[in-house]
Design a protein around this ligand. Structure first.
Ligand SMILES: Nc1ncnc2c1ncn2[C@@H]1O[C@H](COP(=O)(O)OP(=O)(O)OP(=O)(O)O)[C@@H](O)[C@H]1O
Length: 337
């Protein structure tokens, strides 16, 4: 277990929780297929506080679905730490795993056919999730109505999936995922099969659920518009978290509300970080680089170019090639892809 201190002002600091609601530390998942090993997760670190809504983005094959499948309890990591809603996902036994899947997490998949049984209505689909989890029958009808109304699909209660639009199906799927009051909602490309306007509605519905019920929400997506609906977007690259964009609102000196987005590189416990592709390409950084500690930043220079004024960039931290890249802001990940 790694220790983790809640940053001041974070939801965890406010609630006094000592542990993030989702915690992955040096998480590894290796798949062996036809004698070849694939390292889908290569020491991934992730910390999400209770009540946060976070988007996970990244290129195809970067490990997003692998991570979500582990967090949903459907797959077991090869090594590392993975804890979610108080459960240890590496050591939990079969019985605990079933309880975890039924009560601690709710899941929404991209394919509506995987979320809803086609021969049941929306209300029956929610009821089925409750029955399977052994939830008491008392007040079940009222609870189903309440959930469908919350997702604004109360009028679809008696409709089967084929009688609903894609957006209505995904909203009903969210109601199913919430049937047993999970602490964490996980969604893998929930808007992957929807058009832009419907996607926005579904993401807004998820935000409503996150804010209204306080459910910690993690969404894997390729949808660049997701950034408008979450305060934190984490990019995964090659099985590791690489950058994070944090968004906040501020009122400027003219009383106008400003939306501010800042991108950060993720630094892990042992000091590793990933430089963005466009940075490494711009300076032809490869294999090894020169580093220098400055009073308020760390300089990085190409290792293959000779430093004109000094053979050792650490001894003389201002080689002429350094230019001013160290102060260049990172672009949002979606803008770079
Ligand atoms: N069951 C499996 N067996 C073998 N390799 C796998 C398995 N599942 C995933 N992988 C491999 O692990 C890597 C990460 O896959 P993953 O599905 O997590 O990526 P992703 O970021 O979700 O991609 P996409 O955005 O295309 O869904 C890929 O190289 C993939 O081929």
């Amino acid at each position: 277990m790694t220790t983790d201190t809640a940053p001041p002002g974070s939801p965890r600091a406010a609630t006094g929780d000592t542990e993030p609601h989702i915690l992955c530390s040096d998480l590894v998942r290796i798949f062996a297929a036809e004698g070849v090993e694939v390292q889908a997760l290569q020491g991934l670190n992730l910390s999400v506080d209770r009540g946060e809504m976070v988007a996970l983005v990244g290129a195809s094959g970067s490990g997003k679905s692998t991570l979500l499948t582990i967090l949903s309890g459907l797959d077991t990591p090869t090594a590392g730490v993975a804890r979610c809603a108080g459960s240890d996902l590496l050591t939990m036994g079969r019985k605990e795993r079933v309880q975890y899947q039924r009560h601690s997490v709710g899941f929404v998949w991209q394919q509506t056919s995987r979320n809803l049984l086609p021969y049941l209505t929306a209300a029956e689909n929610v009821a089925m999730a409750m029955v399977v989890a052994g939830n008491p029958t008392k007040d079940r009808r009222a609870r189903i109505r309440e959930l469908l109304d919350l997702l604004e699909v109360g009028y679809c209660a008696d409709r089967k999936p084929t009688e609903m639009s894609g957006g209505e199906q995904q909203r009903s799927a969210i109601a199913v995922a919430l049937a047993n009051d999970p602490q964490v909602l996980l969604a893998d490309e929930p808007t992957g099969e929807l058009d832009e306007a419907t996607s926005s509605d579904v993401l807004e519905a998820m935000r409503g659920v996150n804010e209204g019920l306080g459910i910690t929400t993690l969404i894997v997506t390729h949808d660049p518009a997701v950034s408008e609906h979450v305060n934190r977007t984490i990019q995964i690259r090659d099985g590791r978290t690489s950058t994070e964009v944090l968004r906040r609102r501020e009122v400027d000196e003219h009383g106008q509300e400003q939306h501010i987005a800042e991108e950060f590189a993720v630094l892990d416990r042992v000091g590793r970080l990933q430089l963005p592709d466009d940075f490494t390409k711009a300076l032809e950084l490869r294999e090894r680089v020169r580093l220098a500690l400055e009073p308020d930043h760390v300089g990085v220079w190409p290792g293959h170019r000779p430093a004109r004024s000094a053979p050792d960039a650490v001894a003389d931290p201002t080689p002429p090639d350094a230019a001013t890249r160290d102060s260049a802001p990172l672009d949002p990940p979606e803008d770079r892809s």
